[in-house]
Design a protein around this ligand. Structure first.
Ligand SMILES: Cc1cc2nc3c(=O)[nH]c(=O)nc-3n(C[C@H](O)[C@H](O)[C@H](O)COP(=O)(O)O)c2cc1C
Length: 197
């Protein structure tokens, strides 16, 4: 479970993710939920050391740079071992927060989560489900702002790229619209009960 919002108890995406975690525990009582709090963790951006460390094809170079690849290795192992990936994130400036992009840049890695094959791309993180828990100030499931949503389309595309195609979405939307805000989280919590888990 990847949680992104720095707003703690005020966070709509975290509140709905908590409901989802409780529902998962109720349905699969032996399930282990691994939570990654990206607001607390501050993952690094790819730089002149981590980029070659996670992308080199030269085994000697990979060995030399293995310490710099460790965080990516750990996040990828965690993802590959999981049956279900939950990403709970706010919309910021119509896209994902950079903390989530940093996680994506560390886990979308050639040879580990995807590979090039026969002129195409093969996702290696197959056989998993994903659930997107998305919070936004506006409404993006319908109406004039729909085409401004660069969160759900991007996340579905990048997850598909690494082989995760079974993706469901729950939204707490309208958080900045007083008439919608009060009911947005309860509505999303109800939608959690409708998910196929
Ligand atoms: C920096 C920032 C940028 C935001 N940008 C958008 C935006 O582009 N569109 C939108 O609908 N809401 C935007 N919002 C509102 C948040 O998406 C909304 O408050 C949501 O509830 C945040 O998720 P959280 O409650 O889990 O933190 C923004 C909020 C912040 C703090």
């Amino acid at each position: 479970m990847i949680e992104v919002s720095p707003r703690g108890r005020d966070s709509a995406s975290r509140a709905v993710a908590d409901t989802l975690a409780a529902q998962l525990t109720a349905l699969h009582f032996s399930a282990k939920i691994v939570r990654r709090d990206l607001a607390a963790e501050h993952l690094p951006h790819l730089d002149e050391i981590t980029l070659p460390a996670i992308s080199t094809k030269d085994p000697a170079e990979a060995e030399r740079l293995k310490d710099a690849a460790r965080q990516s290795d750990e996040l990828i192992d965690e993802l590959l071992e999981s049956d279900l990936l939950v990403i709970a994130t706010p919309m910021w400036n119509f896209g994902i927060p950079s903390a989530l992009k940093a996680w994506i840049d560390l886990v979308v890695r050639p040879g580990r989560t995807f590979q090039y094959s026969n002129g195409g791309v093969l996702g290696l993180a197959k056989g998993k489900k994903a659930i997107l828990v998305l919070a936004s100030g506006g409404v993006f499931t319908e109406g004039p702002w729909r085409s401004w949503d660069f969160v759900e389309p991007y996340l579905r595309q990048i997850l598909g790229f690494i082989g995760i195609v079974d993706v469901q979405t729950v939204r707490a939307e309208g958080m900045n619209i007083p008439l919608l805000a009060t009911n947005a989280v309860p509505k999303a919590n109800n939608a959690v009960l409708e998910l196929s888990l």
